[in-house]
Design a protein around this ligand. Sequence first.
Ligand code: DP6
Length: 328
Amino acid sequence: MTAYTARAHTNIALLKYWGKADQELIIPTTSSVSLTLNEFYTDTTVEFIPDLPDDEIVLDGKLLSGSSNQKVIHVLNLVRTKANITTKAKVISTNHVPTSAGLASSASAFAALAGAASKAAGLNLTRSELSMLARRGSGSASRSIFGGFAIWNRGTNDRDSFAHPIDEDVHWPIQLLTVIVNDQPKEINSRVGMQSVVATDPFYQAWVDHANAQVPAMLTAIENHDFQKIGQLAEANALQMHAQNLMATPAFSYLTDTSWIIIRLVQRLRQQGLSVYATMDAGPNVKIISMPADTAKILVALKEQLPNVKTTVATPGPGLEIIKGHHI
Ligand code: DP6
């Protein structure tokens, strides 16, 4: 069978997905809104090979095993069921993320896998169907099928929980400056972290209600190209998500001392008149939502306080691309 290669870019949630209503199907408790980035992408080639005894998954040159392997096989099984085949596959995947950036790659990884595996199995899925399939690997991957701004409507079942494009052709000035924080706290992956919050946070339902109410406000802000409103909503939503982690039992936090130095710096720059906002995911890195014209000022302020810190700058990026690949 023909091999196919897909490229998907990562996305950063401006309104976060933080909890599942259905853990098996990966149906979220809230809708989420994201920006797909031009940096940080995954290239994945899939070929279904007759007589291959088992699925073989190679990530960044290493043969995968354990739970990441299981997640990939889970998506391959869904594809096989849809295509009515039993053939095993070889999957070769490469993450293009700056070394030690510590950025999550599951969004780009499962979007690329959904694209390459479905094509290689002879399926021609719509982008909505690709989003549903990517979602079954990792929730945030549902949004990486689309470029620019996307919304994952939470839905209630396997067929109505998928992402839609909001504005894929984003030329207006918005960027995400990632500040790479090296003091890694104890690793709690997002799947475990959000489940612990859903199960133990006494204020979780209030967070869900509030987060769902932020969605229409964010859509209006994007439609109006209202950068400040987008930033304000994104920062509030991110801090509220991280507050839930402190409400869980046992309480946990992804944010370290350095994360807070950067968050406070962002707040200070705002007091000085700059339009800059912070967002954080399941790790200590802080992403600064800003306008490209302010990059130099932000970097000067950052270097003053944290001279050795590394940064990367990303702008809006494209959705899933699939090309016919060579035999593996
Ligand atoms: C904080 O999509 O990695 O980045 O569905 O369990 O694989 P699973 O979780 P994942 O969670 C992402 C959480 C987040 C917020 C977001 O991207 O919306």
